[in-house]
Design a protein around this ligand. Structure first.
Ligand code: LLP
Length: 406
């Protein structure tokens, strides 16, 4: 049996494009986007795909075609959205450290709003907008202080995290924003973390943010939208992930009669399971206590196992002839942390192809050149067709910006 992406066998893709290779299914992107639009239909939300999950231009282009807006965190991501034909008017700008140049770029492009994360940032946005003789649309990211119950590195809504404005400072921050002449307050925002498995923290955050919106309205500060961020988890292993319809109906109940528009910023749940990383076994190495499958993909291609002890399902692309055995699946990088999986029972021998699942999100977008490894190519599959959407980097390209002068 051969595993396929849509109608193309992975072995065929490896022959054509080499390995390691990221492979995305266009149908799976469409399906994931439709799951959001269907579940939330009654609320008619603006879905702002979080570009950081996968910034490939073809991925952005597809979501733009489906009507998506975008959540960006840098001038670079804005440039990606514009280059791929995304609409600035549907783009929101999150992140704690926006530079003056990035704010100016976004204002000139005409973005939908900034999600401002601190008082100094509000002052800076006001100053840049003043210089350009504009009013900047701002929404304030509020930290609702709920425990998202996820890995600490990807939890963002707790008091001790660097993100957002603390709930107890929120009203004062809105009053300050209202007093600044070059700001136009449009909304309220939160994002409590990523790969959330439970729904209740998302709903609790929504409740807290809405209660704040009501307090603001009572003070004469009206808002146009509420933005609940991203965070919905996906199945990597056996997780019981939040049901979008249940999420939508809970939010609908809470938003109720208010005229607030809804924005969502999903990243992982739109792309994570639409992508795989294809890798070839270079060697099978049997040490005294352990077996290793040494493959040609490494932590520079998929950081998640090393960084978050994340689990990714790994399957042979073709039915293996060898008997299964326990092994760590590791890359060629000179770090003990360079593993894709630990203690898996897998049947594979040198030369076999392995499909690493869940590699559509935070894989290519977090890749690096560590150990001077060129970044892998990316391919988009649509039915029986495959297109290179990022060609493999060359060694010359990796060296191009450096000079051996002292
Ligand atoms: N909005 C904001 C403001 C965010 O910071 C994030 C993700 C998202 C939306 C999208 O969240 P999602 O729907 O993808 O959970 N590299 C980590 C994940 C980091 C998430 C950072 N922020 C990982 O590989 O698990």
């Amino acid at each position: 049996m051969s595993l396929c992406c849509e109608n193309i066998r992975y072995t065929e893709l490896a022959e054509r494009y080499g390995t390691p290779l990221y492979i995305y299914s266009r149908a799976a992107l469409d399906e994931a986007f439709a799951a959001y639009t269907c579940a939330f239909a009654a609320l008619d939300p603006l879905i702002c795909y979080a570009v950081k999950a996968n910034g490939n231009l073809a991925v952005i282009r597809r979501f733009a075609e489906l009507g998506s807006g975008f959540d960006i965190v840098s001038g670079g991501e804005l440039a990606r959205v514009l280059a791929a034909g995304g609409s600035a008017a549907k783009t929101i700008f999150s992140g704690v450290g926006k530079s003056e140049a990035e704010i100016e770029f976004a204002l000139r492009a005409g973005i939908k709003c900034f999600n401002a994360e601190s008082l100094p940032e509000l002052e800076r946005i006001n100053a840049v907008a003043g210089r350009l003789n504009l009013k900047a649309p701002v929404s304030l990211r509020i930290n609702p202080d709920v425990d998202a119950q996820t890995h600490p590195y990807i939890s963002t809504g707790l008091k001790d995290n660097k993100f957002g404005i603390a709930m107890r400072d929120a009203e004062a921050a809105y009053r300050r924003a209202a007093a600044l002449p070059h700001l136009h307050i449009v909304g309220i925002d939160c994002h409590i973390g990523s790969q959330l498995i439970r729904l209740d923290p998302l709903i609790e955050a929504c409740e807290r943010i809405l209660a704040l919106a009501r307090r603001l309205a009572a003070q004469g500060i009206g808002l146009q939208h509420i933005d609940l961020g991203g965070g919905v988890g996906i199945v990597y292993d056996q997780e019981d992930t939040p049901d979008l319809a249940a999420y939508a109906s809970a939010v609908a109940k809470l938003i109720g009669g208010s005229k607030l528009g809804l924005i969502l910023e999903p990243g992982r749940s739109l792309v994570g399971n639409a992508g795989s990383l294809l890798t070839r076994v270079e060697y099978v190495k049997r040490n005294e206590n352990k077996n290793f499958l040494i493959v040609d993909a490494a932590m520079n291609d998929l950081m998640r196992p090393a960084l978050y002890q994340a689990y990714h399902r790994i399957e042979p692309a073709e039915t293996p002839s060898a008997a299964p055995f326990a092994a760590d699946i590791v890359g060629p990088i000179c770090e003990t942390g360079d593993f894709l999986a630990k203690d898996r029972t897998i049947a594979a021998q040198a030369g076999d192809l392995l499909v690493v699942r869940g590699a559509g999100a935070y894989a290519a977008s977090m890749a690096s050149n560590y150990n001077t490894r060129p970044r892998a190519a990316e391919v988009m599959v649509n039915g029986g067709e495959a297109r290179i959407v990022r060609r493999r980097e060359t060694i010359e390209e990796m060296l191009a910006n450096e000079k051996a002068c002292l």
